[in-house]
Each structure stands twice: as C-alpha cells, then as structure tokens.
Design a protein around this ligand. Structure first.
Ligand code: SF4
Length: 378
C-alpha cells in the first residue's frame, strides 16, 4: 500500500549514516547518461521498482544525502560530465522527483544547472502528480533541454502497482495544457503479457498519447529480487523465468505497434527524447537500423545527418580516458563499436561522446531483439 504519512511529508529527512555505499554514491553513469540521486526513499511501492536491487525498498520516506548545490557541483565536476552534451537524469533510481518534499529539490537542482548555462538534455521520470505551478517553474528554465517522462501502465492490481494510473493521466494532461519548452513523453511501462496488454489498455494508451510529444514503450524488468517480492505478495509468476534485460515478447510488441500506427512511438527512451526536441538520438541507435523502422521520416533524417562512423583514433582516445584495458580488442564497424571487458559507465560514456553505439562482446545484441530479453522471442 502507498504510505500516506510518507506522502504527506513536505520536507525530506537527512539520510542515515549507515546508508549502503550503492546508494551513498549518488552519481553513476547509465544508458541515459549521468544519473544524480541525492535523495533516496519512496512511499509509492511499485512492486517492480529497481530499489529492490539496492536493498532500499523498505525506506518509504525520502532522505537527502547532500544538499542540492553540493550535488550539482559534484555532478558538473564528475570525470564524465561534458557541458551541453552529457545526458543527465535526476532522481530516477530511488525516489519519485514530484513527491511533495522531493520536488523542491528537483527544482533547485534543475535551476542550479540551468543558471550555469548548461544546455545538456535532462530526463525526469515520474508517475506522481504534476501541478500547473510546477510546469510554470520548469518552463522558466532557459538552457537545459528538459523532458518529463510520465510513467503509465494501466495496471490496477494493487499488489503490483498500488498507485492509480489516473495520477499519471492527470499529470500528462497538465503538461499538455501548459508545457511548450518542456517536452513530455508518455512512458508506457511496464507492459506485461497477460496483465495489461488487452485491447482496452492499448486504446487507453493511444488516447493518452495525444497529450504527449511522443510515446516510449517497454517491458518488465524481472530480476530475482523482484520475482521474490511478487511471490511474497501472492502474485503468480509474471513470466516463466527471470532475465537480465527487460522482457517484452515479440507478440506484445507487434500489437502495440499496430495500435500506434501513425503516432510517434519509440522502442528506446533516448529516441523519444530526440524526437520531442528535434535532435539526433544521443545513443546513436541509428546504426542499428531495425530499431528505426517505426521512426518518423523527419526524425530519421536528423539522426542520419549526425550518424558518423568514428575513426579508430578517436575511439582509442576515449577508451584510454575511461581506462579500458583491452585496446587491441576494439573494432569499429558501420553500425557500432565493439569492446571487451567494459563496465556500463565506460561503455555509455564512449557511446554518448561518439553519438554511436558501443557494445561489449560479452553482452551481444541480437538482431531484431532491440536489446530485450530472449523470453517471448525464441
Ligand atoms: S532514427 Fe532511429 S535512432 Fe533516430 S530517433 Fe528514430 S529510432 Fe531513434
């Protein structure tokens, strides 16, 4: 159940000293860029939340690890931060940025970055209430390329998702009526076969998409910790097995695309962001051409223009910068760079710096899988 007391809190507490290091390190590098998470704790209790993996699901009240100014200073001094280029995410790992109490810190953090003149893409993901006054404050930013991604699933089983989807619907409507500089995305997830993939769910998503600049759809992150949580809550297993990548079976994807014929819909978050702002995809997915088969032609042209195979020297120089060990194992093809023994931070930093896909051979990307789990595609 949603913890009402924690939701009412207008301010956040200081984080305890014994916070695990996985959370105390509040900046990390992910596929959507540098992720800043100096508040942890959330009362919303979405059963599939990644906080299960950080051993943080029990913390229902948001806690502040450091003040916003310190967090921003650390972010812009981070070895991977590049002015105007590095994508940034704020409060996307361990809380919801629009919770009462948390949103004050969201605004301060955005304003501190914006006032320094940075024009980086910034992604903010929420499923909570956005008020017209919130949008007014966000619209006043002048430099950052801000996108709000509103998570919506249409799931009404409270054991899986106690927060009503009507809240996200209201937030999208508010954004649609008052945001112009700020872009908004219907973040349709997790789509789970047999649970929220009926014709009614699809029709509702299609109606909601009218409020957004773009729709991004994806499946369920189903790791061992998340399956165990659902089992304890009495939910029958959602899939036959767990997986490292998100699960979205081929058949479900096919029906989604049929329903959205003629609407801007994307498999990848960064593609939805790119389309909303009329810029090239910062993850360089254009090299993986089957991902782009649903993309509007105007957007394909933008990505094509910016898609350039990097020369090996440029790749090696970035690889040295991130201390990649196996420099001899680097290969550059027309669609991607392949490396060995990389961490996510090393790989994604190179990817964003090059605007070109960087894959590790240990985690092969199979054609037409779009980076998803094998379940439902075998
Ligand atoms: S052209 Fe391809 S890479 Fe670019 S936004 Fe569209 S789907 Fe993404």
């Amino acid at each position: 159940m949603v913890k009402i007391e924690a939701l009412k809190a207008k301010s956040v507490r200081r984080a305890p000293d014994d916070l695990p290091s996985s959370l105390r390190n509040y900046i990390d590098y992910r596929k959507s860029g540098l992720s800043l998470n100096h508040i942890v704790g959330c009362p919303l209790d979405c059963g599939y939340c990644v906080r299960h993996l950080f051993d943080n699901f029990a913390m229902k009240r948001p806690h502040l690890i450091v003040d916003d100014e310190i967090a921003v200073e650390q972010l812009v001094r981070h070895w991977a931060f590049r002015a105007d280029t590095t994508p940034i995410q704020i409060f996307n790992r361990a809380t919801d940025p629009f919770l009462p109490g948390v949103k004050t810190h969201l605004f301060r953090t955005l304003e501190a970055l914006d006032s320094r003149g940075f024009r980086n893409p910034v992604l903010v993901i929420t499923r909570w209430k956005i008020e017209p006054t919130d949008v007014e404050r966000l619209e006043a930013l002048t430099n950052l390329k801000l996108t709000i991604l509103v998570t919506w699933s249409g799931i009404d089983d409270e054991r899986i998702e106690p927060v009503s989807s009507a809240i996200a619907e209201g937030s999208l409507e508010v954004l649609a009526s008052s945001a112009s500089r700020v872009k908004k995305i219907l973040y349709w997830r997790p789509i789970i076969s047999g649970l929220n993939d009926t014709a009614e769910h699809f029709a509702a998503a299609r109606r909601l998409a009218e409020f957004a600049d773009a729709t991004v759809f994806t499946g369920l992150f189903y790791r061992e910790e998340i399956r165990s949580y659902f089992r304890e809550a009495g939910v029958p297993d959602l899939y036959s097995d767990i997986a490292r990548r998100k699960i979205l079976p081929r058949e479900a994807e096919g029906r989604v695309l049929e329903y959205f014929e003629g609407r801007p819909i994307f498999r990848k978050t960064s593609c939805g962001v790119a389309f909303s702002h009329g810029i090239a995809d910062f993850n360089g997915h254009f090299g993986i051409s089957e991902i782009c088969d649903i993309c509007p032609e105007t957007q394909c042209k933008i990505c094509e223009k910016h898609h350039q195979k990097p020369d090996l020297e440029a790749v090696l120089s970035l690889a040295r910068l991130v201390s990649l060990v196996d420099l001899d194992g680097i290969e550059v093809s027309d669609c991607r760079v392949e490396v060995n023994g990389s961490t996510e931070a090393q790989r994604y930093f190179m990817q964003h710096a090059l605007n070109f896909q960087v894959h590790d051979r240990a985690q092969p990307h199979r054609k037409h899988r779009h980076g998803r789990a094998e379940i439902g595609w075998e």
